[in-house]
Write a protein that binds this ligand. Structure first.
Ligand code: PLP
Length: 372
């Protein structure tokens, strides 16, 4: 058993357990398990918080991407640009629509999609049907949205922001997920705001997209048994909305503690032979992950920390263009060197809000010991 896990949900839940139990009990008492009042309430709270016109609760973050693509008119055979260095679901959701992922490399400082690489890929694929671009706000900080939106305007691309790891982050004062045509949020239990199971949300300022997503998530019907579109069962469970409503009140304060923990790590690890996370001035960072980088493979440091009882990981050890499942896309090693290097050299350490000062100091001392 690890002494310090990568995340400790038991510690997060314990102080708010009574509130959570009461919220769940209310749903059980009402038996309004599907699209109950809590869903609407939570959607409205998110609309206010994000200053976005529509927030639509759905089954999970992957489906939030899938529904966004469908609502924006992405069809079978269309191509969608996304980073090679992200979680599988970014590209997996594209393929689930019959669309084709086209990868771009990342910026080695922020680990987010590189605007330069996007331009290169678009020029190279100019004859192909690239219809959309999907930046990922990886680890909790925003991609370079001005650059991305500028290119999207030039090439007339739809923009879907994969906001799975960045709910609450701000880009120049605007909430992540509200700048493109749609933003897809995940409330997977391990996210900064996590449900008690799967849940997700689509953010959009476009009425047509919102209307389509509401229909698509609910078997393609608006009025029961009258099906307007070929839809899916992609609703958020009422019980998840009830849980999320309780936890949502604490999100900003939890994120602040993550930022404080990150600041402390930055201070204590400064000047050592290890690269600290870099957040450009245009974005806040909610440290869904606190990611360090060595100028050599991070595997020995990960092993050292694991031996010390600290759960450290790489997010993600194999970039998407080199994953077996995407072999049919014919990419090869060397196509996206920054993604490949990041997958080798980075390491995420625990940064969650329930860590004590003692935990932080133990992690720092263990890293220092390795670097010596
Ligand atoms: C970057 C990214 N995109 C998409 C997803 C998919 O979200 P979910 O697990 O809720 O389907 C996740 C999280 O798991 C993610 O981290």
């Amino acid at each position: 058993m690890n002494k310090i896990p990568i995340l400790d949900l038991k510690k997060q839940i314990a102080p708010i357990r009574k509130e959570l139990d009461a919220a769940i009990k209310r749903v059980i008492d009402n038996t309004n398990f599907i699209l109950g009042e809590e869903i609407k309430d939570f959607e409205h709270e998110v609309e206010k918080y994000c200053n976005v016109k529509y927030a639509i609760g759905v089954s999970n973050g992957t489906d939030a991407i899938k529904l966004s693509l469908r609502a924006l008119g992405i069809e079978c055979g269309d191509r969608v640009l996304c980073p090679a260095f992200t979680y599988y679901a970014t590209a997996g959701a594209i393929t689930s629509m019959g669309a084709i992922p086209v990868f771009a490399d990342i910026d080695p400082e922020t680990y987010n999609i590189s605007v330069e690489s996007i331009e290169k890929v678009l020029k190279k694929n100019s004859s192909k049907k690239i219809k959309a671009i999907m930046p990922v706000h990886l680890y909790g900080q925003c991609a370079d949205m001005d650059g991305i939106l500028r290119i999207a305007r030039i090439y007339r691309l739809k923009v879907i922001e994969d906001t799975a790891q960045a709910f609450g982050t701000e880009y120049k004062g605007k909430k992540a997920g509200t700048m493109g045509d749609c933003g897809a949020v995940s409330f997977f239990p391990g996210k900064n705001l996590g449900a008690f199971g799967d849940a997700g949300m689509v953010l959009t300022n476009t009425e047509v997209a919102a209307e389509r997503i509401k229909i698509l998530r609910n078997q393609g019907n608006k009025d029961k048994y009258y099906h307007l579109m070929l839809g899916y069962n992609n609703r958020m469970d009422t019980i998840q909305a009830a849980v999320l409503k309780v936890k949502f009140k604490y999100l900003d304060s939890w994120n602040k503690i993550r930022q404080k923990n990150a600041e402390y790590f930055n201070q204590q690890l400064k000047g050592l032979n290890i690269k600290l996370p870099f957040a450009p001035e245009y974005t806040t960072h909610i440290y869904h992950q606190y990611v360090l980088r060595l100028n050599s493979p991070s595997a020995p440091l990960i092993e050292h920390l694991r031996n010390k009882g600290i759960d450290a990981r790489v997010y993600y050890p194999v970039p998407l263009h080199l994953q077996k499942c995407f072999k049919y896309l014919n990419y090869k090693k060397g196509d996206f060197p920054e993604s490949e290097k990041a997958s080798l050299e980075t390491i995420a350490i625990p940064v969650y809000p329930d860590l004590t000062r003692q935990d932080l100091d133990y992690i720092i001392a263990s890293i220092r010991e390795f670097l010596r």
